[in-house]
Design a protein around this ligand. Sequence first.
Ligand code: 5GP
Ligand code: MN
Length: 343
Amino acid sequence: MRTTIRQEDLNVLVQNASSVVIFGHENPDGDSIGSSVAMYHYLAWLGKSAHIIVNSRLPEFFSFLIPEGAISYFAEDAEGCASKVGAADLLIFLDMNGVNRSGDVSKLVEAAAERPDGPRKVLIDHHLGPQTAGFDVVVSDTAVSSACELLYQVLLEQPPVGGAVDRLPLECATALMAGILTDTNNFANSVYPSTYLAVSALQGRGVDRDRLYDEIFHSYSQQRMRLMGHLLKDNMRLTEPCVAYFTLSLADKKEYGFVKGDSEGFVNLPLAIKDVKMTAFFTEEVGFVKVSLRSKGNLDVNEFAHKYCNGGGHKNASGGKLYMTIDQVPAYFESKVKEYFSK
Ligand code: 5GP
Ligand code: MN
């Protein structure tokens, strides 16, 4: 169910703003990018100056969605990002349940909040437990496929759109569809009746779904396909009672010429094994191990991520970080699986 914690009307906030910064979450995925880009196009259509800031670079196969010059990366241009946030009078957070999910860039937000004329803040999200403190508007619904689906509903209600999907700029509609496609893994999970209504309207608006599908799902490099084969054949392990997991080391990344995004979606693959109810994918980064978790049905990986992996997310899709070497991960993970399932 949708909750709107609204001291102010979103449309009034947007209409009164002259410079808007939109934040994506750390390790942005298709929903984060899709919702940010959709919001960007909506604001541009209203004649507003908008800019997107994310912590670090996106997977290359999303670049087709990004308008020229619309995005800055905090890891590469901290000063540029600071000046954009410094000049903004409205900050919009999408596909994250709190400012800290935007990564190091959240420091800029804290600094901006200290200003006497600090910017107004809006959160639109579909994760559990949205942060409300410090926000002027919070729109939260966990019973939707994606932030993009929620944003579609919110934008449609805005007075300039007035319920007419044909008024949404085509680029905005396309970005919304991209987020829904990726967060549902092409309609394999988290699909609600409202999801089909949204995609039906977006396709009716003129979104080229087939092209989007090709751009997102048929864009593997040869190395990426070979890496997937290697991980499934050599690295995947099954553990009691119904869990499959695999690891990707820095050495594997080097051997397969890994680039950002190359392992996108791999965590879902072992769910295709009959009886597997939970999967985990561990990626070695410098200084930590990134965790991705997926599950089927009532198995709650959000709780698992929260308890054992310094993270969170959704019931069937969560993530987190472990501060250990990649070689320590299997013993740690298997012991926590045992603990979790013996409850
Ligand atoms: P993914 O496995 O695709 O990286 O993330 C799956 C889900 O878990 C996403 O909804 C994402 O927001 C959430 N998630 C991923 N990493 C983290 C994390 O470090 N902390 C929290 N709280 N959520 C995360
Ligand atoms: Mn999402």
